[in-house]
Structure formats: C-alpha cells, structure tokens
Design a protein around this ligand. Structure first.
Ligand code: DP6
Length: 337
C-alpha cells in the first residue's frame, strides 16, 4: 500500500473548454500555480483477490468519478487487480476549491507506484488528466503550463516553487457543493455562449503575459492579466444558455474589496474558478493587510493562505489530517482568520 500527498492548483490563465471531450485535451493553454497547503492524501492498495473496488473518504458523486478513473487505469495498463482507495483532503472538497486536481494527481501517482509501473512525470500527468483536466498541472510543483500539442496536449513546468514567493489567499464564501460542475459548465459555454471563441482567442494573449510576468517575478504583470482572464472566462460562462453564474453576493464583495485595496496602493488581484470562492494574489509585506481586509469582508467564512508548493510526494504515513480517511473532514491547517 502506498500513500501520496498531492497539492491543489489555481489557474492564473484558465482552462475552460476542451478540444477533445473524451481525452480531455484543452482547447487553449492554461497556466497554474501549485499550492503548498491545500492538499489531498490518497492511498491505494491493489489486490487480485478482491472482486470490486473500494473507495473511501469521498461523497457519492465524486466516488463515481474515481470509479470511472480506476476502470480507465485498468484498461489502459492491462491490470486486473481491484483497488482499495482512501482519500482525504485538508480543505472543503466540493465547493470550487479544485479538489479534483489534487485528488486525481495523488491517485494517479499512487496507482502508478502501487502497480510498479515505470512511468515518467509526463505519463503520470497524462493519467491524472483522465480524472480531471486540471489535475495534470498538479503533477508538477511551482508554476505549470498545460497546452494543446498536435492532436493532444502537453504539460510543462514554467518555474519551480522557490522561484517566486507569490502569496495566494483563498476567501471562502460558501461551503455548499456547486450547482454545475466544471465539465458540464465548460461544455455548456462551448455549445451555447456567443463569446466562447473570443474567450479562447484572448486566453493565448493572457498566457504570454502571465508566463513572462512569472519569469520576471512581476505581480504588476501577472496580476492584471490573470484577473482579466478570470473575468473573460466568467463573461463567456454568464452568456451561456442557461446562464452560468458561479458568484455569490460575498464573491462580488471580495472582488470589490480587492479593487479598493488597489486604489489604496496595495497590490492584490483576484481569480475565481467554477465556484464562489475568490483566490487573491499578493506578495511580501502587503499580504497581512490583504488577508485582514478579506477576512473582514461580509460573507467571508474564512481565509486560507498558500504559497507555491511541491509536486506529489510519496509518504510513509498519512498526514495527521488524513490518518483516518473515513473520519469527518478536519479543519484545514491552512485555515486562518
Ligand atoms: C475553472 O479540470 O475540473 O478550475 O477536465 O472537465 O474535469 P474537467 O474540468 P476541471 O476544470 C477546471 C476548471 C477551472 C479552471 C482551471 O483550473 O484551469
């Protein structure tokens, strides 16, 4: 049996549309930062004696996704053994906090090690992508790009985690499961939003700016491009039929709070995924002020704090928060404020 801990990631340039639905290849490039403190631990035990898989630690719909992933894994590598999978995350799982990225990155790595497959990171990323597209970026630490490549896609680290101590604050505004998941949301946007093609085109420009900004460790370059990229993704989603509106009143309150901070000369920028939480990028001394301002915004339940983090790692023992994967979720060690 092996245990792997993998980290979640936040996209500075978003993946929101597929070129290939089945194989989950993206329609446009995306670029994310792997987070150090929002993690999922996965353990896998393969056995030829069991007749069925056992998946513990996840609510039913997510469990079905994991079941589909295990079936794909077996057919891809000609493996017959059944798996006992245990999963635990140190942050709320179903509320737009990218738990599928850390879950499938951890699971892919754990399956590969448990089955003694001799695969490189690119192949592990390829496998993780089958669970959730964004999971392929969590197979690497630091800043990671995922782009269309021929008929498929490729994942490549842009800079390692020590290159730039960007702070990522997550303002949690709701812990309810989201109404429309990412896969269905991006499909609906592609099929019905009149702005989908402009969204895909503009992403390529944002990517060039964000990548250059990361290399230069420049928040003044990365922040504006990441924030407008988020707004354009949501503009395309809002224009879908029926409309996809992932924001709650508190989401908008946090967006306005970030704009106020900038007016006061404090550099902070936001990004929002397919859920109501707001991820805020800042750095250095101003992080304390930003964190306090977010925590004091009406409707914010708590603020999680992260920095660029590592690739998935094998651990001898589960972390304390995952010691009993079937126990109720424990509070995140990243929880603050
Ligand atoms: C808004 O990776 O969850 O977080 O590939 O369909 O499983 P599927 O989608 P998923 O989508 C993530 C969308 C996003 C943006 C991003 O992480 O790039």
């Amino acid at each position: 049996m092996v245990w792997v801990v993998a980290n979640s990631n936040v996209a500075l340039v978003k993946y929101w549309g597929k070129a290939d639905e089945g194989a989950k290849h993206p329609a446009a490039p995306s670029l994310s930062v792997t987070l150090d403190s929002l993690s999922t631990a996965a353990s896998v035990e393969l056995s030829d004696d069991s007749k069925e898989d056992r998946i513990e630690g996840l609510p039913a719909p997510a469990g079905e996704k994991v079941q589909g992933f295990l079936n794909q894994f077996r057919s891809r590598f000609g493996i017959r053994a059944r798996a006992r999978v245990r999963l635990a995350s140190n942050f709320p799982v179903a509320a737009g906090l990218a738990s599928s990225a850390s879950t499938f990155a951890a699971l892919a790595k754990a399956l590969v090690v448990e089955a003694s497959l001799d695969l490189g990171d690119g192949d592990v990323a390829d496998l993780a992508r089958m669970g959730s597209g964004s999971a392929c970026r969590s197979v690497y630490g630091g800043f990671v790009e995922w782009r269309p490549d021929g008929a498929g896609s490729a994942v490549e680290p842009v800079a390692d985690k020590d290159h730039w101590r960007l702070r990522i604050l997550v303002a949690v505004t709701s812990e309810r499961p989201k109404a429309v998941g990412s896969s269905a949301g991006m499909r609906r946007t592609a099929e019905t939003s009149p702005y989908y093609s402009s969204w895909i085109e503009s992403g390529a420009v944002d990517l060039v700016e964000v990548r250059a900004g990361i290399r230069a460790r420049s928040l003044s370059r990365v922040g504006p491009a990441a924030e407008r990229n988020c707004m354009r993704m949501h503009a395309a989603a809002i224009a879908a039929v029926p409309s996809l509106l992932y924001w709650e009143p508190a989401t908008i309150a946090v967006m306005r709070r970030v704009w106020e901070l900038r007016e006061r000369g404090i550099e902070a920028y936001f990004s929002i995924d397919a859920g109501p939480q707001v991820k805020v990028f800042c750095e250095g001394e101003s992080a304390k002020t930003v964190e306090a301002a977010l925590a004091a915004t009406p409707g914010v339940l708590r603020v999680l704090s992260a920095e660029p983090g590592d690739a998935p790692r094998l651990v001898a023992h589960p972390p304390a928060w995952a010691a009993d994967a079937q126990a109720p979720q424990r509070p995140s060690r990243a929880a603050a404020s």
